[in-house]
Design a protein around this ligand. Structure first.
Ligand code: FAD
Length: 455
C-alpha cells in the first residue's frame, strides 16, 4: 500500500451501510477518505446468499424508499435494479386468536377487524377524549399506548409490530424515541387520532403506497457491492481499528491488519455499533463511551426456508406476518420474500424468512442452528397450515447484538453522546443507535455526517 495512504482527510471506521454511505459521500465531495472495516467483507449486518434457485437476504428484508436512499441508489446507477414490492407488499398480517388477521389499514377496516374486541375498539375511538398526560418526560411504549388507547392495543398490535421493527419489549422501549410522531401529536393536538386526521391527505396516501417498499433484483448485496466498487482503492476489509487518539489537530488510528499500522486523519467518522464505538472512544472521550455503553441490543436469528406453495394452507398474499405473544409460537414473525419480490424462488415455491429472538427471548442464543431451524419450521407450519414435510432450509443467520433498543430515556442518552462527541472537533458518530434503525435512517445520518466532515 502506498505511503500517501497514511494521512487522509477523513477516516471512516466500520464498513456497514452507514460507513460505506459516508465514505462514498466524502469521495463524491472530493475528499480523500478511507474506509476501514474489521471483518473480511463489507456490509455489516446486510448481505445476500445465492443458493440456486434461491436468493436469501441477510439482515434487512426490504427498504423504505426515502429521498436520501433513492438518491444514493440513483447515484450508484442502480435504478434499474430496484424492485418495488407488489400491491401485496402493503398487506401485513398479525397472528392472533390462532389465525392470520390482516392489519387494518383504514378506519372502515378497523371497525370490522377481528383483531380487536368491541370494547378495545370503543376504547380506541375514545382516544380523542383522553386527557391524562404522562407524569415524566418519557414513558414506555406500552404505557403510552395503554394510557391513550387501552391495553389491548399493546397486546394485539403494538407488541408484535414493535417486535417486528425493534425486536423490542414495549414495556421497556421509549415512547418518545420509538413513536416520536404519536408523542408529538399528543403534545400538539391533544390526541394521536386527531393528529393523524390533520395530516394532508396526499401524504397519508403516499405513505401507504406499496412502491415505497423496495428491494434489489440481486438482493441486499447489490447495494453493498455497488458502494464497495465505487470505493475501490479506498475501502479496506480486514482492517480493525483498535484505538483512536488525538494527534495535533487531527487523529491517529491504530489499525490491526494494515501494514501502515497507524493512519493519520484530519477527521474521523465512527460507524460501528455502539459498543464498538465506546471501545474506540474510551480514552478520547470517556463520557461519550459511558453513554454509548448504556445502549442495549437485542439478539436475532433468521431462518430462511422454502416450501412448495401447494403445501401451504393460507393465502400468501402479503408481506408476511407478526405473531402476538401468548399464541403458542416462539417466532416473532416471518417475511414472505417471494410474495413481495420476484426472483427469490421458483414460482411454485415460497421463500420465507422467519425471525426469532428479540429482547423478550434472548435465550435463543443457547439454541443450536438445527434447533433454531426446527422451531422456525414447527411455528411456520402451525401459523401457515403447512402440510407435514421437511422444509428446504436455504440459509440461517444470527446476531448476538442485532438491533439497538431505544429504551426509556434514550433521547437524553443520545443527547449526552452527542454533547460529549462535540467536545472532540472533527469526530462524528453515525449508525443505527441514535434516531432510527432502518437502512434509510442509516443512509440519512451517514450523508449528514459526511457533509459536515467534508466542510
Ligand atoms: C436481522 C435484521 C433485520 C433488519 N431488517 C431491516 C429491514 O427489513 N429494513 C431496514 O431498513 N433495516 C433493517 N434492519 C436494520 C439495518 O439493517 C441496520 O440498522 C443497518 O444495516 C446497520 O448498519 P450500520 O452500518 O450502522 O451497522 P453494521 O451493519 O453493524 O456495520 C458496522 C460495521 O462496523 C464494523 N466494525 C466494528 N468495529 C470495528 C472496528 N473497531 N474497526 C473497523 N470496523 C469495525 C463491523 O464489522 C461492521 O461491519 C435489520 C437489521 C437486522 C440485524
Amino acid at each position: 500500500m502506498s505511503g500517501a495512504f497514511e494521512s487522509v482527510d477523513v477516516a471512516v471506521v466500520g464498513g456497514g451501510i452507514s460507513g460505506l454511505t459516508a465514505a462514498y459521500a466524502l469521495r463524491k465531495a472530493g475528499r480523500n477518505a478511507v474506509l476501514l472495516e474489521a471483518s473480511q467483507g463489507f456490509g455489516g449486518c446486510m448481505g445476500s446468499v445465492r443458493a440456486q434457485p434461491y436468493l436469501a437476504d441477510r439482515g434487512p428484508q426490504s427498504f423504505v424508499a426515502t429521498p436520501p436512499l433513492v438518491e444514493l441508489i440513483h447515484d450508484l446507477g442502480l435504478d434499474e435494479q430496484v424492485i418495488a414490492a407488489g400491491a401485496s407488499g402493503a398487506r401485513r398480517y398479525i397472528y392472533r386468536h390462532g389465525a392470520l388477521i390482516p392489519v387494518p389499514m383504514s378506519p372502515g377496516a378497523l371497525v370490522g377487524t377481528p383483531l380487536l374486541s368491541l370494547s378495545a375498539k370503543l376504547r380506541l375511538a375514545g382516544e380523542f377524549f383522553v386527557r391524562n398526560r404522562p407524569t415524566s418526560d418519557d414513558e414506555s411504549v406500552a404505557s403510552f399506548l395503554a394510557r391513550r388507547a387501552g391495553g389491548e392495543i399493546v397486546e394485539a398490535v403494538a407488541g408484535p409490530v414493535i417486535a417486528g421493527i425493534y425486536a423490542g419489549d414495549p414495556a421497556r422501549l421509549s415512547a418518545r424515541s420509538t413513536l416520536p410522531g404519536m408523542v408529538r401529536f399528543e403534545e400538539t393536538q391533544g390526541s394521536v387520532i386527531r393528529g393523524f386526521l390533520s395530516q394532508p391527505k396526499a401524504t397519508a396516501a403516499t405513505r401507504r403506497q406499496p412502491s415505497r417498499t423496495i428491494g434489489f433484483r440481486g438482493g441486499n448485496a447489490q447495494l453493498i457491492d455497488a458502494l464497495t466498487a465505487a470505493l475501490q482503492g479506498s475501502a479496506y476489509a480486514g482492517a480493525r481499528v483498535a484505538r483512536i487518539r488525538q494527534r495535533g489537530a487531527g487523529f491517529a488510528l491504530e489499525c490491526d491488519g494494515l501494514p501502515e499500522g497507524t493512519i493519520e486523519a484530519a477527521r474521523v467518522i465512527v460507524a460501528t455499533p455502539a459498543a464498538g464505538a465506546a471501545d474506540l472512544l474510551e480514552a478520547l472521550e470517556p463520557a461519550a463511551a459511558a453513554a454509548l455503553r448504556e445502549i442495549e441490543y437485542a439478539p436475532i436469528a433468521q431462518i430462511v426456508s422454502a416450501y412448495p406453495r401447494g403445501d401451504i394452507g393460507v393465502p400468501i398474499d402479503g408481506f408476511g406476518f407478526l405473531a402476538c405473544r401468548g399464541e403458542g409460537v416462539r417466532i416473532l414473525g416471518a417475511v414472505w420474500n417471494s410474495a413481495i419480490f420476484t426472483g427469490r424462488s421458483p414460482d411454485d415455491e415460497l421463500l420465507c424468512t422467519a425471525f426469532l429472538g428479540g429482547a423478550l427471548d434472548a435465550e435463543i442464543g443457547a439454541l443450536s442452528d438445527t434447533e433454531l431451524a426446527q422451531v422456525a419450521h414447527t411455528d411456520l407450519s402451525r401459523v401457515m397450515h403447512i402440510a407435514p414435510g421437511t422444509p428446504k432450509v436455504v440459509a440461517g443467520f444470527r446476531w448476538a447484538a442485532a438491533i439497538p433498543q431505544y429504551t426509556i430515556g434514550h433521547a437524553q442518552r443520545v443527547a449526552r453522546i452527542d454533547a460529549a462527541a462535540a467536545r472532540v472537533p472533527g469526530l462524528f458518530l453515525i449508525g443505527n443507535y441514535a434516531d432510527g434503525v432502518s437502512v434509510a435512517d442509516c443512509v440519512r445520518r451517514a450523508r449528514d455526517a459526511a457533509a459536515r466532515a467534508a466542510r
